[in-house]
Design a binder for this molecule. Structure first.
Ligand code: ZN
Length: 201
């Protein structure tokens, strides 16, 4: 994409031209208000269409010139001098590259499918521990000890909420804890197992 500027030859003024129409003149209401006696109320119109800058004189008193040639309508090229009344501007062009972030393939989380020696899904934080919950958002499996636990003191619900340490998504049990299954829970001492079960009830 091209961005055009009219840079004053004499001074620091620089008019940045957007795509479409802009006007230059002394009257408030122009895109660029130039408070100069040689400039007419509505002096000229500038149209930027993609890579072309077109100048139209709006029947100004002191005229519009490109490289000292009076014009009523003409294309202004980069490097040329646009003169409005007694003010001179050089057209500059900057190529602007709009960076589009490359679409990256989703990173395959090796940890997500990591398994313990007994075949149980491993926690993605503590790979030596079995995963008992999964994040509802990023789907990572976790052992309860890896989670952020929030106990809402004021809430009616007594059960704490579990949040994913990676994305803060709420985590949920991987399987119905009440159903006896071939899982690490059945191998846990009863006391610990029932404590974990209670958390999800
Ligand atoms: Zn998550």
């Amino acid at each position: 994409m091209n961005v055009f500027q009219l840079r004053s030859v004499e001074g620091p003024m620089c008019l940045s031209l957007g795509q479409g129409f802009t006007t230059v003149g002394q009257t408030i209401g122009n895109t660029f208000v130039l408070n100069n006696a040689s400039i007419s109320g509505y002096h000229c119109e500038i149209e930027v269409a993609d890579k072309e800058v077109r100048i139209r004189d709006l029947q100004s008193t002191n005229g519009t010139f490109i490289n000292e040639q009076p014009i009523t309508e003409a294309v202004l090229y980069t490097g040329q001098i646009l003169q409005l009344g007694s003010l001179q501007f050089r057209l500059e062009c900057t190529e602007v590259t709009i960076a589009v972030p490359p679409i990256s393939k989703p990173v395959r989380e090796e940890k997500e499918t990591a398994r313990l020696a007994n075949g149980a899904l491993a926690c993605s934080i503590f790979p030596q521990l079995p995963a008992t919950v999964a994040c509802g958002h990023c789907k990572k499996p976790y052992h309860l000890s890896a989670l952020r636990v929030i106990q809402l003191a004021s809430a009616k619900r007594k059960k704490p909420l579990f949040f994913c340490p990676a994305c803060n998504g709420q985590c949920h049990p991987l399987f119905k804890l009440d159903e006896p299954r071939e899982s690490f829970l059945s191998e846990l001492p009863k006391k610990i197992g029932s404590r974990i079960r209670r958390l999800f009830r």
